[in-house]
Design a binder for this molecule. Structure first.
Ligand SMILES: O=C([O-])CC(=O)C(=O)O
Ligand SMILES: [Mg+2]
Length: 217
């Protein structure tokens, strides 16, 4: 059974680098990191359970209904993940950011682009957005939403609703819901080893001597 995601677990992950979380996921036999093309367009540490939306190309003008519903209906602390196959359109903008903030959404990860970046940076600096960059074009008339809270693929990683999303300046990592505790413990051990190695590098004044203790870089 998937463990309950407590505030304590969220805080513990907030203290970890995505690099450590990515390495920890790999030790469990999966790939967790998304392509570096999905980066922090509006930066900020992001940790929370995924809510997932899928968009597909269309030529009818309809609002991204399921994404709008996800913003209003998801529990506070959720991370909105919109999969759109690396679309060169903005699937998120200033109005959606306003909706996200009033609903306590933690942030968004978009396998597509974002617009209204200056507005979001000015009015909602607490809302991190990871995307393939910015573009002025709307999603309306080009893509439409086709599923809500089904597994989706973003940047080379399948994200299921309830998986943990972790983002920082390096990019985004997904941790499977069933492995949140196991991955946390591994990542904490990785960071402990790295702290020891860093200290040894400074003491020995040698990178190779410092690395030798845990034999990893
Ligand atoms: O039209 C869009 O793609 C989204 C948008 O601008 C907004 O939420 O303000
Ligand atoms: Mg807008």
């Amino acid at each position: 059974m998937t463990p309950v995601l407590t505030q304590e677990i969220i805080e513990a992950y907030r203290g970890l680098a995505t690099a450590s979380v990515a390495d920890a996921v790999e030790k469990t036999g999966e790939r967790g990191y998304m392509t570096g093309a999905i980066g922090p367009v509006l930066p900020g540490k992001l940790v929370g359970p995924a809510v997932t939306v899928l968009e597909e190309p269309c030529d009818t003008a309809e609002p991204p209904t399921l994404a709008l519903r996800a913003i209003d209906d998801s529990p506070a602390g959720s991370v909105l993940c919109i999969a759109a196959g690396a679309a060169d359109v903005a699937v998120f903008g200033g109005l959606m950011a306003a909706g996200a903030v009033v609903n306590g959404i933690a942030g968004a990860v978009l396998d597509a682009r974002v617009r209204d970046i200056e507005e979001i940076r000015r009015d909602y600096p607490q809302l991190p957005i990871y995307a393939r960059g910015g573009v002025p074009s709307t999603t309306v008339g080009r893509y439409r939403t086709v599923s809500l809270n089904e597994p989706v693929e973003l940047g080379g990683v399948v994200v299921a609703p309830g998986d943990l999303i972790v983002g920082d300046s390096d990019g985004v990592v997904r941790v499977s819901a069933a492995r949140i505790i196991e991955t946390l413990e591994i990542a904490q051990l990785i960071e402990k080893a790295e702290r020891e190695q860093t200290q040894l590098i400074h003491e020995s004044k040698s990178l190779l001597t410092g690395l030798a203790k845990h034999n990893r870089v």
